[in-house]
Design a protein around this ligand. Structure first.
Ligand SMILES: Cc1cc2nc3c(=O)[nH]c(=O)nc-3n(C[C@H](O)[C@H](O)[C@H](O)COP(=O)(O)OP(=O)(O)OC[C@H]3O[C@@H](n4cnc5c(N)ncnc54)[C@H](O)[C@@H]3O)c2cc1C
Ligand code: SF4
Ligand code: SF4
Ligand code: SF4
Length: 556
């Protein structure tokens, strides 16, 4: 029997069906977030709260909980994450990417103001003891994910206070310490024991830690600033940028002079340069490549320029000049960009004979950091990065993540902690590790009908007036969205790859293939009766978010 659903694929023996089906896909924002944040999920709860019959306040509470399942530090990340999730947002080409990072900050602050508890996994408590070395975002994320699943967790931290680089390096004008304190305390409140001032590997040998705990997680980051390796570096006046930032945050004397040269082009270089400006210095940043190649975020560079930081691009330090002990200047080698290296980046090449002098009394070396393996002997990866499997397993019952696996950003450290904890928990319970949430099919950009969505301008974080940036040097520059702005921004999300209940399919399907679901929620608005589908493809054409797609096959 032949129906109008049946076609024949060229050369195929069997009848070939072309029908519609509902298929959730990974949105580009989630694919871009190192921690695979369920951005569409938490934005959808807010944007679609009326369809779900809940108040906006209830929606914010639920969206916060959804966000915090994977990221226990939304107020922190909403302030410092360079938000790679926004790069490929489907909205970008229409009227600007959704302000995901600003939304994360809004929800993070919402959760802190309302004192919302972190979402725990309901189930039995477990007895296996878990040890975590390091209380940076990687260690805290691992500890959180294990504690919320019912394990007793102990964290060992070298410093008095937890937080890693977030606490000890990132300046207050970008991340106020009260915000970080409150988010860390909420994690520790999940019955996690923090042992401060403990140098794991020295105060307590590694073997002792192994015997105390069923599993260990190493989240020790990369604490040792790299040296420049040039003449004149030994002696006073030269220090790693990270050491300067750490001393400054602890309000210890830094020994900073009045004419400072910062060498480097990443986060540490920019934070050191802007902090030195706040400490009253005249600051120049030397970077051996160009602005385009600079790893620091562009807006950070622009803000630094606004604050009076000078940049010398294609410039590398050659020699530090001293009169006796005192630094008088730095000899700078002009560079050009040469052939691409193994990573595809153009290598900087010295221009022969093109050297100039910059006056300086302090040089801050911000050319990357290495892990610090004192006390770890052989287990310390020979002084360099740890190499784990994809889930973060380093050895039997030992897991690792964050910057000790190579330099990265905080969201990646949180992801490493989470993925390792999910796999460790599965191992302890004799279960299969859950599928990685970023493993799904990413929505095809051409399946999004951007014209369907009404044009709405993007809401960005408000900023303090520039005149106050240096006069109130530690006050935060960026501000939080208002509730009105946040709701408005959430409605800009196109819900890429998941139904948001626009009704198009329901209204236009001639075969009545769609029926309303009684208690709707994002992704679940209409049930589809596959047997009713006549294969006309109209719903697929009309579905603006790419959720409906063609299903082909030679049998049911
Ligand atoms: C100046 C600067 C600015 C940055 N800015 C940003 C930014 O804006 N956005 C962003 O996303 N990322 C930023 N980063 C990167 C981000 O901070 C790191 O990727 C992240 O902190 C790494 O987390 P982690 O947990 O692996 O390590 P860390 O944060 O370094 O934490 C490691 C912890 O382990 C402890 N520890 C180490 N060894 C031992 C031991 N033997 N015993 C006990 N404790 C130990 C340390 O004291 C520390 O508390 C920045 C980094 C720096 C340095
Ligand atoms: S953690 Fe960063 S990348 Fe991930 S959703 Fe938040 S802002 Fe985006
Ligand atoms: S429109 Fe929404 S779902 Fe799509 S990429 Fe942007 S934030 Fe993600
Ligand atoms: S057309 Fe609208 S209601 Fe139908 S599946 Fe797509 S988004 Fe959902």
């Amino acid at each position: 029997m032949s129906t109008d659903k049946e076609t024949r694929a060229p050369g195929a023996e069997q009848p070939f069906w072309t029908l519609a089906q509902q298929q959730e896909k990974t949105p580009p924002c989630q694919a871009g977030c190192p921690n695979s944040g369920d951005v569409r999920g938490w934005l959808g709860i807010i944007a679609q709260h009326e369809k779900m019959g809940i108040s906006l306040e209830e929606a914010y509470d639920r969206a916060w909980a959804r966000l915090a399942e994977r990221n226990p530090f939304p107020a922190t990340m909403g302030r410092i994450c360079p938000h790679p999730c926004e790069i490929n947002c489907s909205r970008a080409e229409k009227d600007g990417a959704v302000s995901i990072n600003a939304m994360e900050r809004f929800l993070g602050d919402w959760g802190l103001t309302r004192r919302l508890p972190l979402p725990v996994v309901v189930g039995p408590r477990h007895t296996e003891s878990i040890g975590v070395i390091g209380s940076g975002p990687a260690g805290l994320s691992f500890a959180y994910q294990m504690a919320r699943r019912g394990y007793p967790v102990t964290i060992y931290e070298r410093h008095e206070m937890p937080g890693g680089m977030l606490r000890h390096a990132i300046p207050d004008y970008r991340l106020p310490r009260e915000v970080l304190d409150a988010e860390i305390q909420r994690v520790l409140d999940l019955d996690i024991s923090l042992q401060s001032d403990v140098e794991a590997g020295e105060t307590i040998p590694l073997d002792e830690l192994r015997s105390r705990h069923r599993m260990l997680f190493l989240g020790m980051g990369a604490q040792a600033g790299r040296r420049l390796g040039i003449e004149g570096e030994q002696g006073s006046g030269v220090m790693p940028g990270i050491d300067y930032l750490m001393r400054r945050k602890q309000k210890l004397p830094t020994g900073l002079g009045t004419r400072v040269v910062v060498v480097g082009g990443g986060n540490t270089a920019l934070d050191a340069a802007r902090s030195a400006r706040r400490d009253g210095a005249d600051v120049t940043v030397l970077y051996r490549r160009g602005l385009e190649e600079m790893p620091a975020e562009r807006h950070e560079v622009e803000d630094a320029v606004t604050e009076g930081v000078r940049f010398a691009f294609l410039a590398a330090p050659r020699r530090i000049l001293r009169e006796g002990e005192r630094i008088t200047g730095i000899e700078v080698q002009r560079m050009r960009l040469g052939e691409p290296d193994a990573d595809g980046r153009q290598s900087p090449v010295p221009i022969a004979g093109d050297v100039y002098m910059l006056e300086a009394d302090t040089v801050l070396a911000a050319v990357s950091q290495d892990p610090d393996w004192r006390g770890f002997g052989e287990a310390g990866a020979g002084g360099r990065w740890l190499h784990t499997d994809d889930e973060g397993q380093l050895a039997d019952e030992i897991w690792a993540g964050g910057d000790d696996r190579g330099p990265g950003i905080a969201s990646r450290a949180i992801a490493h902690g989470r993925f390792a904890a999910e796999a460790a928990h599965a191992r302890l319970r004799g279960e299969k590790p859950p599928p990685r949430t970023d493993a799904g099919r990413v929505v095809d950009p051409s399946s999004i009908d951007r014209d369907y969505y009404v044009g709405v301008a993007r809401s960005d974080k408000a900023r303090r007036p520039q005149s106050q940036w240096l006069t109130e040097p530690e006050s935060e520059i960026d501000q939080t969205l208002t509730s009105e702005q946040a709701f408005h921004e959430a409605t800009r999300c196109m819900s890429c790859g998941l139904c948001f209940g626009c009704q198009q399919c329901f209204m236009y399907c001639n075969a009545s293939g769609f029926t309303r679901i009684e208690e709707p929620e994002p992704g679940r608005y209409y049930a589809m009766a596959l047997e009713a589908c006549e294969g006309c493809g109209k719903c697929i054409e009309l579905c603006p978010c790419g959720y409906l797609e063609t299903r082909q096959g030679s049998s049911w």
